[in-house]
Design a protein around this ligand. Sequence first.
Ligand code: SF4
Length: 102
Amino acid sequence: MPNNKFKCKKCGECCYSPRLSKKDIKRIEKLGFKKEEFIEKDFRNFSYIKEINGYCMFLKRNKKASCKIYKARPTICRLYPSKLINNNCKAEKLASDKLFGK
Ligand code: SF4
């Protein structure tokens, strides 16, 4: 569930390589992107959006951050944040991500 009290400051700190479902991939493909342009797989064969300098390739960084594919953004981006850790916008990494240095 998204955190309804959260007020986004558009810092972009949450936008690191989100994991993609099949529906997310189809939505992004409909924008004209080919899978090989935006997907990278991990050792488990899970799909993520490619990173540029440690952040999602679709993150646009100006004074305020924005998403280049906002209307087609992945489900996990729509739900974020379910909770904030130490009031910090850094994305909530999964235990398995921490384990493998993601
Ligand atoms: S798809 Fe958009 S909202 Fe999701 S991480 Fe990338 S830039 Fe951020």
